[in-house]
Design a protein around this ligand. Structure first.
Ligand code: HEC
Length: 169
């Protein structure tokens, strides 16, 4: 004669079923989550662009993408610049300075920053100035330059942004 299942066995079976159901539900939810996040998430271009407006989150997001592709290799992923950036090398060039508030990017007006990014510091300073800061006129259009500058400015504390804004007139 079959022995009736003990209450312990029934409880153990119920637990196994409950765990299996929970795992299955989790897999379905996790799968849905994966589908929801897009594979490519390049931020959209913003139009129209009226300048380096750091208070515009879409422009800043776009500029962040431009920055990581074109600037981070020299100026650092966290805008920290290269080590010893104030010390000129023997060839006369300077390492890439930080763009965060520890550098002097914020000492310049928007127009000056735009010129330096578009044409490079050699073209702006003149006189055969030795530098490793290239111009991006052939890589970035004007809106992309404003976007990357908006992103850089968004790193500065509000009081520094206000000082720099007065310089930009
Ligand atoms: C190949 C390395 C390199 C890349 C890439 C690069 N920079 Fe520079 N950048 C430099 C160096 C080096 C300097 C210092 C210039 C000098 O010689 O005075 C500089 C200086 C600057 C300055 C002047 C900062 C100041 O305080 O005077 C700005 C603005 C600037 N870069 C913006 C950018 C932006 C925006 C990008 C990306 C679109 C970028 N740079 C990409 C190397 C680079």
């Amino acid at each position: 004669m079959k022995s009736p299942r003990s209450p312990k066995t029934v409880a153990a079976l119920a637990l196994i079923v409950a765990v299996a159901v929970a795992v299955a539900a989790w897999l379905v939810v996790a799968g849905r989550d994966q589908q929801a996040s897009p594979v490519t998430d390049s931020p959209a271009r913003v139009s129209p662009v009226t300048g380096a407006d750091a208070s515009n989150p879409e422009l800043v997001a776009w500029g962040s993408d431009v920055y990581s592709r074109h600037c981070a290799s020299c100026h650092g992923a966290n805008l920290q610049g290269e080590p010893n950036w104030t010390v000129r090398r023997v060839d006369g060039t300077l390492p890439a300075p930080p763009h965060d508030v520890s550098g002097h990017t914020w000492h310049h007006s928007d127009a000056q920053l735009f010129e330096m990014t578009k044409w490079g510091t050699a073209a702006v300073v003149g006189g055969g100035y030795p530098t490793n800061m290239p111009g991006f006129a052939d890589k970035l259009d004007d809106d992309e330059i404003w976007a990357v500058l908006a992103f850089i400015k968004s790193w500065w504390p509000e009081d520094v942004q206000a000082v720099q804004a007065r310089r930009s007139g």
